[in-house]
Write a protein that binds this ligand. Sequence first.
Ligand code: AR6
Length: 201
Amino acid sequence: MADQADERGGRRGVGAFRFESAELAVQLMGRVEITVGDLTELPVDAIVNAANASLLGGGGVDGAIHRAAGPGLLEECREIGGCPAGEARMTGGYRLPARWVIHTVGPVWQGGSRKEATVLGACYTESLRLAARNNVRSIAFPAISTGIYGYPMDRASEVALRSVLAWLVAHELPERVLLCCFHDDDSLILREAAAGFGLQL
Ligand code: AR6
């Protein structure tokens, strides 16, 4: 996207995005990274948990985070008393390399007409808001809702990137955002979505 003109002579952009300069696109590419692997092993300030509304643990990445963090995490989550979909709550990271865990609750996919995209976008934005407020410099997200909650990866990738990029163009913190995929296939879908935003990640 950046400075490239489209066929009609205007700036290219996707949705709300119209990067004003090639420099801005390059800056963003330096702040967003796609990784493949286990989120619980990442040495970042904060990792994001794709939790459920009880915040009392579950399967998928939630289960992996609780196993790696140890029982202290569940104890702290119990005190929070739950979290509605589209919101986020922060706890310590306990035995994780990450200092913090930001728990957010994604939407269950119901075909796309039940405001799933709005709720999913809010998960990213609210997690980033909480991170910035707590001076988090590096944060890693899993592909929220794309496992047990059934959100199609291509659609979820677009929402995730749109929300993350919108945050980063307007805020200095977090400095770095990692989008962590568990499977290679998912990272390819995410890279394709990034290309749709004019970014080579
Ligand atoms: N590291 C990185 N990504 C992972 C890992 C891992 N260790 N494990 C799974 N993923 P899911 P959801 C990916 O099901 O769809 C829980 O029971 C996975 O491949 O973990 O938001 C909660 O308690 C997928 O791409 O979360 C909720 O009840 C992504 O993480 C429910 O699942 C999200 O898959 C939430 O479902």
